[in-house]
Design a protein. Structure first.
Length: 188
C-alpha cells in the first residue's frame, strides 16, 4: 500500500511541475500578446492618421481645384488665403490659432471637436469627447482622437487642463461664429 501512496505523490509532484511550467509559458505568451496588441494599436492609429491626412488633402490632388478660405484677422480687413493643389505631405491642415481666426478654417472633423468642447463648457477626456461627438469609443479610435486633440492644443485651439483633459477655453466666440455661419448656409 505504501508503494501506491508513493506513486501518487510522485505523480502529483510531476503534475505540479508541469502546471508550473505551463504557467511560466502562459506568462511569456501573455507578455508577447500584450506587446503584439500594443504594436497593433500603434499601427492602426498610424494607418488612420495617414488615411485622414491623405483624405483631408484630397485623394486626387493633381485634379483638385484651388480653394479660397476666408480668414479674418483682428483689426484688419478680411483676407483670403489661397490653397493650391499640392502633395499632402507637409500640408498644414490645422493652422495655428490667433485672435480673429474662425473655427471654419479647420477641417470639418476638427471643427466638430472644438464645438463639442465648447458645448461641454468644462474639460473632457478623449473618450468623453468621442462619445459626445458620436464617434467610436474603441481604444484605438480614442487614441487617434487624442492625437487630434493634442494637435489642436499644440496649435492653440484648445487647452489641456491636467493630463488628457481638454477644453476650449477662450475659443467660444470663434466656435459660435462658425456654427452660425453653417446654420445660415444650410437655411439658404
Amino acid at each position: 500500500m505504501s508503494s501506491l501512496i508513493e506513486e501518487l505523490h510522485r505523480r502529483e509532484a510531476a503534475v505540479r511541475e508541469e502546471a508550473a511550467g505551463l504557467r511560466r509559458e502562459i506568462d511569456v505568451l501573455n507578455e508577447r500578446l500584450a506587446q503584439a496588441e500594443e504594436l497593433l494599436v500603434r499601427l492602426e492609429i498610424t494607418r488612420e492618421t495617414v488615411a485622414e491626412i491623405l483624405g483631408e488633402a484630397g485623394a486626387d490632388h493633381m485634379e483638385a481645384p484651388s480653394v479660397t478660405v476666408p480668414v479674418r484677422v483682428e483689426d484688419a480687413e478680411p483676407v483670403s488665403v489661397e490653397s493650391a493643389p499640392a502633395s499632402p505631405i507637409g500640408v498644414l491642415t490645422v493652422p495655428p490659432w490667433r485672435p480673429g481666426i474662425a473655427v471654419a478654417v479647420l477641417p470639418r472633423a476638427y471643427q466638430d471637436l472644438v464645438e463639442v468642447l465648447v458645448d461641454a463648457g468644462h474639460p473632457l477626456r478623449a473618450d468623453q469627447v468621442a462619445a459626445a461627438a458620436g464617434l467610436s469609443t474603441d481604444k484605438s479610435k480614442v487614441e487617434g482622437l487624442r492625437t487630434k486633440l493634442k494637435r489642436l492644443v499644440d496649435r492653440g485651439w484648445l487647452t489641456e487642463e491636467g493630463p488628457s483633459r481638454f477644453t476650449a477655453a477662450g475659443r467660444k466666440d470663434a466656435a459660435e461664429s462658425s456654427r452660425r455661419q453653417r446654420e445660415q448656409g444650410s437655411s439658404l
